[in-house]
Design a binder for this molecule. Structure first.
Ligand code: MG
Length: 280
């Protein structure tokens, strides 16, 4: 694959991405996919989806797990509801994450990813050991599928995530870096975080955001690419300096406004195309 193929985050049913038709109309060569709902994850649907991708000339680069009951309403709600950290839903979601990985395997996709949830900052917290254990369990399952697991950034500082990944101690655990999330969650300046965690970055989101007045206590604001505080040129130059050549996957999480979502992703594609030519 060429360096930095452009991509977009898509959804079949669940999730905040654009439809595959929109990815096609936008002319992108790659997509990431939010895992479809359980009843959609059949081998017949996998085959149908693969045929469509092949017809459209689109490569699937990652499948993202997501679960019923997750809410990103505000930061405390994320902490309570998202990922494999909340104890009440952990067993069911872990089983589902493995099913999602198996569905991704049917799609020939070597990468599965997820928001793990808020990892306790104190490694002596008993919950920390539990999250380590469940992450190892998922890593080992996807390893048997020949897949890597990518953790989405945002809920931890770069240093916290680095320490956690080191403690998990699996060779197929990497990072999907989302610079806007570092701003939205208030977990660190994104370029500095990228430099810190760069050796583990195997996929990225191109998304932009503005800092909240009280970062970490309240949400920052997600904005169109190039209009926020990430600094897209600096972001791509930093990825370049780290030797990252993988897909640049645009995320714009406003599915309630599909026309605006498509138009803004189109604009983002033009911005990234310009920057690619400039930085090369
Ligand atoms: Mg993201």
């Amino acid at each position: 694959m060429e360096k930095w193929p452009l991509g977009v985050f898509t959804s079949v049913d669940a999730g905040l991405g654009v439809k595959l038709e929109v990815a096609h109309e936008l002319g992108v060569p790659t997509i990431q996919l939010h895992a479809p709902a359980a009843q959609t994850r059949t081998s017949e649907n996998a085959e149908r989806f693969l045929n469509r991708l092949s017809d459209l000339g689109i490569t699937l680069t990652a499948v993202f797990g997501g679960f019923e009951g997750e809410s990103y309403a505000d930061i405390p709600t994320v902490s309570r509801t998202v990922g494999l950290v909340p104890p009440e839903t952990r067993a069911v979601r872990t089983r589902e994450m493995k099913e999602i990985a198996d569905f991704a395997k049917l799609l020939g996709c070597p990468v599965v990813a997820l928001h793990l949830g808020f990892i306790p900052h104190d490694s002596n917290d008993p919950l920390y050991a539990e999250v380590l254990e469940v992450t190892r369990d998922v890593c080992d399952h996807v390893k048997a599928n020949g897949q890597n697991l990518h953790l989405e950034t945002g809920q931890e500082s770069a240093a916290g995530l680095l320490a956690f990944i080191r403690d998990v101690d699996r060779d197929n655990l990497f990072v999907n870096f989302d610079p806007a999330n570092m701003i939205l969650y208030g977990t660190g300046e994104p370029i500095e975080a990228l430099r810190q965690i760069g050796s583990l970055v195997r996929s990225v989101h191109c998304k932009d955001g503005k800092w909240a007045a009280n970062p970490g206590a309240e949400w920052g604001q997600e904005v169109p690419l190039g209009e926020g505080d990430v600094g897209m040129e600096n972001y791509l130059r930093t990825l370049d300096s780290l030797g990252y050549a993988g897909p640049l996957t645009i995320e714009r999480e406003i599915p309630q406004e599909p026309e605006r979502q498509k138009a803004e992703i189109g604009k983002a594609l033009r911005l990234l195309t310009e920057l690619k030519e400039k930085i090369g």
